[in-house]
Design a binder for this molecule. Structure first.
Ligand SMILES: Nc1ncnc2c1ncn2[C@@H]1O[C@H](COP(=O)(O)OP(=O)(O)OP(=O)(O)O)[C@@H](O)[C@H]1O
Ligand SMILES: [Mg+2]
Length: 178
């Protein structure tokens, strides 16, 4: 069952390899839709008052992206934050832009990542969560972001909980970077 599940996750990732179906997307809207959706772990925990989820949308241009894989990236990051808050806490999503890139950060008030975990977190199958987790969330997210000609980074938390950021080229620059 675990092997089948791993193959399903990897397969859905390899299907997302071509950007030819990419479309201009508003990352703020994608985040809002994901946070507004009912029945997600974060919506249930927020409704129960266990966690608080905040979104601070920035003034950003569209990105050229495949909606489903990009949603997977956000889901992987938000789930990691949910899992980092077993006793509850706060998850904050932010977007902002520079002339070169559209940024998104998912931060939480959990205990964050040690330097050792931070350095290994993008490795496929690296997990600190035990056998019920596959350690694929971040490595697949990283792959998807790279396919979109972006970057995913885990900045040093400086004692402020977990933070993962990614950035993508803005739509108008997408062709130039190819
Ligand atoms: N927000 C976070 N706070 C603390 N640790 C984190 C956070 N995000 C990731 N990590 C660490 O990085 C590791 C790898 O994350 P990744 O999402 O790739 O795998 P996983 O969550 O363990 O398993 P899976 O995503 O397959 O369920 C985690 O096991 C955890 O130790
Ligand atoms: Mg994960």
């Amino acid at each position: 069952m675990d092997a089948a599940d791993i193959m399903r996750r990897v397969k859905s990732f390899t299907e997302a390899t071509t950007l030819s179906d990419a479309m201009p997307l508003d990352l703020n809207q994608l985040v809002r839709d994901l946070l507004d959706a009912r029945g997600t772990p974060w919506a249930d925990l927020a409704a129960a008052g266990t966690i608080e989820v905040a979104f601070e949308p920035g003034d950003i241009s569209e990105v050229l992206a495949l909606p489903a894989p990009l949603r997977e990236v956000l889901v992987a990051l938000i789930l990691n934050s949910v899992e980092a808050l077993p006793g509850g806490g706060r998850i904050t999503l932010r977007t902002w832009a520079t002339p070169e890139a559209v940024y998104c950060a998912v931060a939480d008030s959990g205990k964050g990542l040690s330097d050792e975990v931070r350095h290994r977190a993008l490795e496929p199958f690296f997990t600190t969560k035990g056998p019920r987790h596959q350690g694929l969330g971040l490595s697949l997210a990283y792959g998807i972001v790279r396919r979109h000609r972006g970057e995913l980074e885990i900045p040093r938390g400086e004692g402020q909980g977990g933070v993962v950021t990614f950035h993508l080229p803005p739509h108008r620059h997408a062709g130039r970077r190819a």
